[in-house]
Write a new protein. Structure first.
Length: 261
């Protein structure tokens, strides 16, 4: 059976791929191939040939995703979140921004790329036909992360409340749409957790905008008192609508914002 499926491949290729599948190695490295084949030059050449034949999908230099034995030769690709997770490896990360807004129902827009927030690197990479954007963020912003299971792999994403914080920080669509989403979501989320996340978030303008929107939406002022105290009395005023450069408009002294348009 293996011979028929790999009839176009060399004995070394069959051995490497069948052994990796037997050992449940979804990702193989140059070091693994050298260990299996016993020769560095042979291993690197074989890995290159297998990648060109679409039997391996290169994640990074010297790191490859194994195409399953039963998969069609040129059309297989795992879920993009799984690929993102495998690409990150041991790096602390979460999939977020536009990639997750759709997941939580904030928008119907289909993201053009998978955005991975991490503490290690800024990089753009196309893996298969999908673009992946790794964005380095400070460890201060690395919270509110949950894991979901996709195809037997656990993937880190921002939870619903944290995704809503990011939605205010990196919105998609109009600012009016953002305000509508906030009104809708406060009926579905844990408000205490959301306010706690806002309190932790190191961008003060986000806390101001969110606090004002939550107050308008009828959230109890007692629940917002801690958030309001985090702004500080001497804080400068921030424009409420980040899409408009103008700072002209009435001011809200409670949340230190300018209602610019």
């Amino acid at each position: 059976m293996v011979k028929n499926r790999y009839s176009e491949l060399s004995k070394d290729a069959v051995y490497l791929l069948s052994r990796s599948e037997f050992e449940n190695q979804k990702v193989i490295t140059t070091a693994y191939a050298v260990k299996v084949l016993g020769n560095y030059r042979k291993a690197t050449r074989l890995l290159d040939r297998l990648a060109k034949r679409n039997r391996l999908i290169q994640l990074n230099r010297g790191k490859y995703l194994v195409v399953p034995l039963k998969a069609p030769n040129q059309s297989w690709m795992p879920h993009e979140f799984v690929v993102a997770s495998l690409w990150m490896g041991e790096t602390t990360y979460y999939i977020g921004y536009g990639s997750i807004y759709n997941y939580w129902g904030f928008t119907e827009q289909i993201p053009q790329k998978v955005v991975i927030l991490n503490i290690d690197k800024n990089r753009i990479r196309k893996i298969g036909k999908i673009s992946f954007l790794a964005m380095k963020i400070s460890s201060e912003k690395m919270f509110g992360i949950t894991k979901i299971k996709i195809d037997d792999e656990f993937v880190s994403i921002s939870d619903q409340e944290r995704s809503l914080v990011d939605f205010i920080y990196k919105p998609i669509g109009s600012w009016e749409n953002v305000q509508e989403i906030i009104k809708e979501q406060i009926k579905k989320i844990n408000i205490e957790k959301f306010v706690d996340y806002l309190y932790k978030f190191p961008v003060i303008a986000v806390r101001k905008r969110a606090g004002y929107m939550l107050e308008l939406a009828g959230v109890n002022l007692e629940e917002l008192s801690r958030l309001k105290s985090s702004i500080g009395k001497n804080s400068s005023y921030a424009p409420f609508n980040p899409f408009i450069k103008s700072r002209k408009g009435t001011v809200n002294k409670n949340w230190k914002i300018i209602l610019n348009g």
